[in-house]
Write a protein that binds this ligand. Structure first.
Ligand code: GDP
Ligand code: MG
Length: 151
């Protein structure tokens, strides 16, 4: 089992589609093991988006993440890091496949509804960045046998 970090960005909060996005994860069979609303600081965003520090839009994406609070989520499942990246779709909402979250809800590269960790290394670092240990819960998921059978 893996855990991945998802952020419902201000584009999800402001447009009132948090519930729809969360519902997609639940219906897929992904377990929510952590969730809270937070206001992000420029400092934490500089760390989170450090791979984009040289880009001309670095300041803009950090500001866009501070327009409203965001919802940070810890999601658990088999191969969940990959699965959630696929559910999210590619970065640019205009290129993202219909059926994906970005493909269905976004027309923008910047305002693309969610962040999702892209590797086990980044999931580990990002979960630590946004959650303390006691905010991630270990509880049994009663549907497990129906979700995974003998996988
Ligand atoms: P992701 O992993 O698919 O979210 O994409 P990246 O890690 O490459 O970029 C992080 C976030 O920066 C994206 O989700 C977008 O919100 C934003 N972003 C990426 N590329 C661009 C761009 O060319 N212009 C703008 N304005 N924002 C971008
Ligand atoms: Mg990324």
């Amino acid at each position: 089992m893996e855990i991945t970090l998802v952020i419902l960005k201000p584009s999800a909060v402001q447009r009132g589609i948090m519930g729809e996005v969360i519902s997609r994860f639940e219906k897929k069979g992904i377990q929510i093991v952590g969730m809270k609303m937070v206001e992000l600081t420029d400092e934490i965003l500089s760390e989170h988006y450090s791979h984009l520090a040289e880009k001309s839009f670095f300041g803009r994406i950090k500001d866009a993440m501070r327009v409203s609070p965001v919802v940070v989520m810890a999601l658990k499942g088999l191969d969940v890091i990959n699965v959630v990246r696929k559910l999210a779709g590619v970065t640019n909402g205009r290129d993202a496949q219909p059926g994906t979250i970005r493909g269905d809800y976004s027309m923008s590269v910047q305002e693309n509804i969610i962040h999702a960790s892209d590797s086990p290394q980044s999931a580990e670092a990002e979960l630590k960045r946004f959650f303390s240990e006691n905010e991630i819960f270990n509880y049994s998921h009663h549907l497990l046998p129906y979700l995974y059978a003998n996988d």
